[in-house]
Ligand binder design. Structure first.
Ligand SMILES: NC(=O)c1ccc[n+]([C@@H]2O[C@H](COP(=O)([O-])OP(=O)(O)OC[C@H]3O[C@@H](n4cnc5c(N)ncnc54)[C@H](O)[C@@H]3O)[C@@H](O)[C@H]2O)c1
Length: 248
């Protein structure tokens, strides 16, 4: 029970990696707020937590909308009175070459993936500052390091998260708050399937030095450690969880 009595907010918690993080944190004793654009699915993950014997709130949020994020913070404090862990997991993965890309797709990707990080941090950091402790974990991506054709907006948003996290880690260190980024390799979720055939997805999942298909729980495991007291002095880092696909 490494997270006993902690309160964790997980955006994008309705499915995939976010769901695995929410369930994993609940198993470690945290009370979780499962926040997602998909409200029914968010509530159903919260119900799964309750069936496990945990405490949870499912809440609809659009992380790109300031007033929606404000409502999420208000609901979190009303239900649990504090916040210890913020996981910025919500994200979109749109496909387009640069020349064919609409400004709407560019803006949507940056607004959700990067802007959502900013808005959620801004909403929850004051409470963490007051209690002089907190953990912020933001999902970046290996693509933020090595790039990907037809996903330049996604790559830009994820590379920017790494810079954002490093800067925020410097700002918040004196308040006892750690801020880290996670860079998963291709994982077995709906997201890579939105633009690749099943065969391509499986080929990518198999072409790693460690012969293993990355499941959401494999990403959640190191995040549980980073959210725990054992990781109190790790901040401003970006962690590759990728079965060794690339190494730096
Ligand atoms: N799956 C991968 O291979 C992979 C690899 C690297 C990084 N990532 C990152 O990990 C995170 C989770 O990925 P996943 O594979 O579980 O994705 P997913 O598509 O299964 O889940 C993303 C969740 O974010 C939610 N979401 C989208 N826009 C939102 C918004 N505006 N407000 C609130 N919620 C919103 C969706 O409803 C969904 O539940 C993402 O940030 C993604 O970029 C995934």
């Amino acid at each position: 029970m490494r997270l006993k009595n902690k309160v964790a907010v997980i955006t994008g918690g309705a499915q995939g990696i976010g769901r695995a993080i929410a369930l994993g944190m609940a198993r470690e004793g945290a009370k979780v707020v499962v926040a997602d654009l998909q409200s029914e699915k968010a509530r159903s993950v919260a119900d799964e937590v309750k069936i496990l014997g945990g405490d949870a709130l499912g809440f609809e949020v659009n992380v790109a909308d300031e007033s929606s994020v404000k409502r999420l913070a208000e609901a979190t404090f009303a239900q649990f009175g504090r916040v210890d862990i913020l996981v910025n997991d919500a994200g979109v993965y749109l496909k387009s070459s640069v020349v064919d890309m609409s400004e709407a797709d560019w803006d949507r990707t940056l607004d959700i993936n990067l802007g959502g990080n900013f808005l959620c941090c801004r909403a929850f950091v004051p409470a963490m500052r007051e209690q002089k402790s907190g953990r912020i974990l933001s999902m970046a991506s290996g693509i933020g390091h090595y790039g990907m054709k037809q996903f330049s907006h996604y790559a830009a948003s994820k590379a920017a998260i790494i810079g954002f996290v490093k800067s925020l880690a410097r700002e918040l260190g004196p308040d006892g708050i750690t801020v880290n980024a996670i860079c998963p390799g291709s994982a077995n979720t709906a997201m890579p399937r939105s633009h690749r055939s099943e065969e391509e997805v499986m080929q990518r999942l198999h072409s790693t030095p460690l012969p293993h298909i990355l499941e959401p729980e494999d990403i959640a495991g190191p995040i549980l450690f980073l959210a725990s007291d054992a990781a109190a002095y790790i901040t401003g880092q970006s962690y590759n969880i990728n079965c060794g696909t690339y190494m730096y």
